[in-house]
Design a protein around this ligand. Structure first.
Ligand code: ADP
Ligand code: MG
Length: 479
């Protein structure tokens, strides 16, 4: 066991899914030609005034309510002053002392059966900056201001995580939550969901936190885990070699799989925060909050509990099925067709379907097998049209676009043989062909039954009803 403990806190920037920007009417759509979606306000031209987008405030409160946070009735926008080419105003409008969402918390499940509470310090509204592009023109940098003014919710966790795995579980939880809440599309490739990880180490038993480094430029959960683990190792090696960690921002390079120093860490007073004189404080009433609370969809925790209580699913399966909105919605759509078969359905979704999706690198929303198709397949097992084994073959065929279960069963003649006369004659033939094994079975070697079942199933090309085969065999093999 290592004598070191790692401590991680995450700052997550979730781009809010409003149609227009946080302080202007310009569109937030991704992928437009550079600088076509930046209006005078986003460009910071003299004489313009920001106007707060009500929808961004509503979305922030939705998040706050979902994590049981204190919602501030009075919150203030502040200017965070710094110079950067992609920030034309020379300051970013953010929130500092009075963020809209205060202390909250949520639960993560880093491994089966584990549950851990993670504190959320605050979540505040701010505007995004533009983008500097360094790989478009040789020796020159380009600026695209389309993103300038896009609303962000910055969600700051307490330093409660103790491993990269916990940090990933937390980030996934927030990711799932903002999508359930429909406040962020969660697209990490496009940068709508970004995680910065603050990492420090200390000797076990030590109370004081170690000096932290902040890791940036992480655009997938896999990289988040790698970057944190690499940084933990780097810090431990450094301290063990007699050095010390400096507080700085480090860039994760996924190609070289290392973190590199980017800049020394600014202190808050470097930014000369002050309340933005162009924007009024935001006043939120209890009625506003109650109204927003009432409009929330069923959240993952509640859904999970309902699956356990009402459907009798295991804790683990309920957790996996509700881990993201798309999986839950797939499950519920299929369940509407086969309400009695929830356990089988859960197994198919979390087993064969998840495996196939994973292998093909597809999201469940893009599954070639629709919930209706999977439900039909499961009904054909439970009404004894096909066996579980044949069902795997039908599943394969559906996956490859050969039609729905009924069509495939019909076209390939896969209907199960339940006619006991037909099964009996198969069995008679197998018994006649294997006198030696018959003797063994009658002499008490029970295992040989498996051999007979296998032979009969083979003769029937897997189509004989296995229950019937077993029963009839036992009858016929009796001494
Ligand atoms: P800043 O204002 O510099 O961003 P904060 O105090 O807001 O700093 O903390 C930012 C993030 O860093 C939070 O998520 C917090 O939990 C985390 N954090 C703070 N101190 C440590 C530490 N020593 N080790 C790991 N994470 C830390
Ligand atoms: Mg910060």
């Amino acid at each position: 066991m290592s004598e070191w403990e790692s401590v991680i806190g995450l700052e997550i920037h979730a781009q809010l899914a409003t149609r227009s920007k946080i302080f202007s009417g310009a569109s937030t759509a991704f992928g437009a030609a550079p600088n076509t979606q930046a209006c005078a306000v986003d460009l910071g031209l003299p004489g313009v005034l920001p106007v707060l987008n009500r929808e961004a405030v509503t979305m922030a409160i939705r998040f706050g309510v979902a994590i049981d946070a204190e919602i501030d009735h009075h919150s203030v926008f502040a200017r965070k002053n710094y110079f950067y080419p992609d920030l034309p105003k020379g300051y970013q409008i953010s929130q500092y002392e009075l963020p809209i969402v205060g202390k909250g918390h949520l639960y993560i499940s880093p491994a089966e059966g584990e549950l851990k509470e993670v504190g959320i310090t605050r979540a505040h509204l701010e505007e995004d900056a533009g983008k500097s592009i360094h790989d478009q023109f040789p020796e020159q940098s380009a600026i695209d201001l389309n993103r300038a003014g896009t609303p962000l919710l910055e969600i700051v966790s307490e330093p409660d995580m103790r491993s990269a795995k916990e940090a990933v579980a937390y980030a996934r939880k927030i990711h799932s939550l903002v999508r359930y809440l429909e406040i962020c599309d969660g697209n990490m490739q496009e940068g709508s969901f970004r995680c910065d990880a603050n990492v420090s180490v200390r000797r076990k038993g030590e109370q004081k936190l170690g000096t932290r480094a902040e890791l940036k430029n992480i655009n997938s959960f896999r990289f988040l885990e790698r970057a944190i683990n690499i940084e933990i190792e780097r810090q431990i090696d450094l301290i063990e070699d007699g050095g010390s960690v400096v507080q700085e921002t480090r860039l994760y390079d996924s190609e070289r799989d290392e973190t590199r120093s980017m800049r020394s860490k600014e202190e808050a007073n470097d930014y000369r925060y002050f309340p933005d004189p162009d924007l009024l404080p935001v006043a939120i009433t209890d009625e506003d909050i109650a109204h927003i609370r009432a409009s929330l969809p069923e959240l993952p925790e509640q859904k999970k509990q309902r699956y356990i209580d009402e459907l009798g699913l295991s804790d683990y399966n309920a957790e996996l099925l509700t881990a993201n909105r798309e999986t839950a919605s797939y499950f519920e759509t299929a369940l509407a067709e086969i309400p009695e078969q929830n356990a089988q359905l859960a197994n198919w979704i979390l087993g064969d379907l998840a495996g196939a999706l994973n292998k093909a690198n597809l999201d469940i929303a893009d599954s070639p097998i629709t919930p209706q198709m999977l439900a039909q397949l499961i009904s054909r097992i439970s009404d004894d049209t096909i066996s579980g084994k044949i069902a795997k073959e039908v599943f394969e065929a559906m996956w490859h676009g050969k039609g729905d279960a009924d069509g495939i069963i019909e076209a390939r003649g896969l209907k199960q043989i339940t006619d006991s006369g037909a099964i009996e004659s198969l069995i008679d033939a197998v018994i006649a062909a294997n006198p030696e094994q018959v003797e063994q079975f009658r002499a008490g070697k029970d295992k040989v039954l498996g051999f007979f079942v296998g032979q009969v199933m083979k003769q029937s090309q897997g189509k004989a009803n296995p229950g019937q085969v077993n029963a009839i065999l036992r009858e016929k093999l009796k001494p």
